[in-house]
Design a protein around this ligand. Sequence first.
Ligand code: AMP
Length: 419
Amino acid sequence: MAVNEPLPGTSDLWEPETLDWITLENAARDVFHRYGYGELRTPIFERTDVFVRNLGNETDVVQKEMYTFEDRGGRSLTLRPEGTAGVIRAIAFKGLEQGEESRVFYFGPMFRGERPAAGRRRQFHQIGVEAVGNESPWMDAEVIAMLSQFLEHIGVTGGHVMVNSRGLPEDRPRVSQALKDYFSRFAGDMCEDCQRRLETNVWRMLDCKNPACHEIALGAPNIVDLLGDDSKMFFSKVCQGLKDLGVEFELAPRLVRGLDYYIHTVFEITHSGLGAQDALAGGGRYRITLPGGKKPVEGIGFAAGMERLLLARQSLGMVPPEVHEADVYVVSLGEEAVLPGLQLAQRLRENTACRVKADFSARSLKAQMRSANKCGAKVVLMQGSQELADGVVICRDMVAASQETLPVEQALAWAMAHC
Ligand code: AMP
């Protein structure tokens, strides 16, 4: 690895890519605000316990993927592997009155020690949403509709919305037993992880990516069929809500998602433009006891991978916008022209959104013009001692390769009109 290369699974982002990221973030703000969600920013590291408590010990994220370290005071800290746990902690810290709701969205980097691959990073970024304190199935339908609207807003068409239900905790022993009965017949043919899961987390055997395990899982009992009446009713309302809100979706009987805290609705959106790592976004309803809280609260949320959203956009032919380092380049010939050149640049910046670069080098005309070209400038403003004495500026249109000499005020107006 070259000395300045970023670590595997991490990358440096430069313009114009960063502009694409801003586009995604702004689209998310725009759409989520329409649904009454507010932006929340939580710390990038938390006490390890925040994640272990919320995500559950038996999850891949907690067992294999967390970047955990001890700080100088001997506390165990973890770089956040996902957003929900920190959001829940923040909501608990702020306090959520009985019957009160909190609806938030967030963006930011997440960290997982996974094997890097196309679309799988160690530092990746998520846009996520959490609605805590609402127990209605219509909420689930609205959240999934909001995610669909966001995808539409950023031009990501062709996503597959897949939905399943895990039911309520009281359904769990019945479902677990049925799954155990089924999978124990095939355990010898399944991967090591699944053999362990048979005892620790049999639900995860349904969505193992190992081809042999997947084949076996295809014959497993359907979770929804095994759920109690309340869970079935809840799920049928979610599906009805999705239909009535015009969201196309498929039932995905083997979708359980990685985390233990989910109840009722779980969902994922995949996109064929992504290759092997085809999940664009995933989420579900959860029931948790807020730290310090007495009664459990329910929430629903999702997270979408920003790198994957951008990959999906690329697969649909959307590329980052073309940008120039500068629209206007101010060439100053001779030391005495440098400060007036800087003032010209400053006035433009105060009056336009153009990107303006002033050259302070007092190099030759040829050298400064070369830099102007390299920046992709559409306009060059030039002053030497003669122009300063006459109160004029040479205005060069780099696209038309023509130029004219104008008084300072007119030159500024000309530059604004041409950049
Ligand atoms: P998860 O919390 O694992 O369901 O992740 C939610 C979304 O984040 C996924 O659907 C992906 O789009 C994205 N994601 C998860 N892990 C990674 C990763 N290692 N690299 C890039 N994107 C990821």
